[in-house]
Design a protein around this ligand. Structure first.
Ligand code: ZN
Length: 96
């Protein structure tokens, strides 16, 4: 079986699918200065021109989106349970 790029696993991280047509719109804000103790918990595949990071900082979490040629953007800070839920929806194409 031949894997296509979007299904690839070897040496690749998660590839975010094209969002669903009815995907929830995430409110992205310009990235603010990082907290002192920022930990990147998860990230999507860096082979893509768009990469998402799940970040924990100061007991709260947020998602950062980096696109080639664009300024980095972030979600608001939120509870870990909320940000984990949003992360999953982005990975499933249910939020963008
Ligand atoms: Zn990849």
């Amino acid at each position: 079986m031949t894997l296509t790029a979007t299904e690839g696993h070897a040496d690749h991280g998660y590839h975010v699918p094209r969002p669903n047509r009815d995907a929830e719109l995430v409110r992205w804000e310009p990235a603010t200065a990082a907290e002192d103790r920022r930990r990147v918990l998860r990230w999507t595949c860096r082979c893509r021109s768009e990469v998402y990071y799940l970040v924990s900082a100061g007991g709260r979490g947020y998602i950062e989106r980096r696109r080639v040629g664009e300024a980095n953007v972030q979600t608001a800070r939120m509870r870990h349970a909320e940000v984990a839920d949003l992360w999953e929806r982005i990975l499933l194409g249910q939020a963008r």
